[in-house]
Design a protein around this ligand. Structure first.
Ligand code: 5GP
Ligand code: MG
Ligand code: MG
Length: 187
């Protein structure tokens, strides 16, 4: 039973994925070059793990890294509504320029909750870097903090995608590309 045999359709290959990460990192490097204090990059566990690691290693600036965990999805493909922060940051964000790194923005509930949390802790700006965005499913608009920007890798059609950190029922995160499962595996 091979991993690839579970995939119906590849949306972005490994090469396309990493090329886009390289471009995002160059843009972020340019945008933050003139900011005097090192920015803080916060990865949203677990989905953003691989994107986060690939992204920050391509950014040519001194920076700090930390993680948060927010739970908004159960084991299936539907949101359970209000997300909660189940692992908070280790570092102090007060006065920091923070870049929140997410795998995918869907309804926007998770990011809105995390942005509000960082703003309440005194971040001086909050930017978003999401590998995928599904704007067609947005329920809550993304409100950035200060002069924060919204970086995105690709717009995603309305499929439940897996791979490059994204799971279905905690499987398929290790797929090195992004795809859609065969229907019999969404069970
Ligand atoms: P939101 O709060 O924006 O509705 O959802 C955010 C989280 O839901 C994402 O960070 C991701 O973990 C999960 N999610 C949303 N869409 C997808 C998808 O197509 N595939 C996977 N695997 N997870 C998704
Ligand atoms: Mg996520
Ligand atoms: Mg998930």
């Amino acid at each position: 039973m091979s991993l690839d045999s579970h995939i119906e359709k590849v949306l972005w290959t490994q090469d396309q994925t990493l090329d886009r990460v390289t471009q995002l990192a160059s843009q972020i490097t340019r945008d933050f070059k003139s900011v005097p204090d090192p920015p803080l990059f916060v990865g949203v566990a677990t989905g953003a793990l691989f994107f986060f690691a690939d992204l920050v290693r391509r950014i040519q600036l001194p920076l700090s890294v930390d993680l948060v965990r927010a739970q908004s999805y159960g084991s299936g493909t539907l949101s359970n509504g209000a997300p909660s922060i189940s692992l908070d940051l280790k570092l102090d964000v007060k006065g920091k320029h923070v870049v929140l790194v997410e795998d995918i923005v869907d309804t926007g509930c998770t990011l809105s909750c995390l942005i509000a949390h960082l703003e309440a802790k005194g971040a001086s700006s909050v930017s978003i870097c999401a590998f995928l965005d599904k704007p067609s499913r947005r329920k809550v608009p993304i409100k950035l903090v200060g002069d924060g920007k919204f970086y995105k890798g690709f717009e995603c059609p309305d499929y439940f995608v897996v791979g490059y950190g994204m799971d279905f029922a905690e499987l398929y995160r290790n797929l090195p590309y992004i795809g859609v499962l065969k229907p019999e595996h969404y069970k």
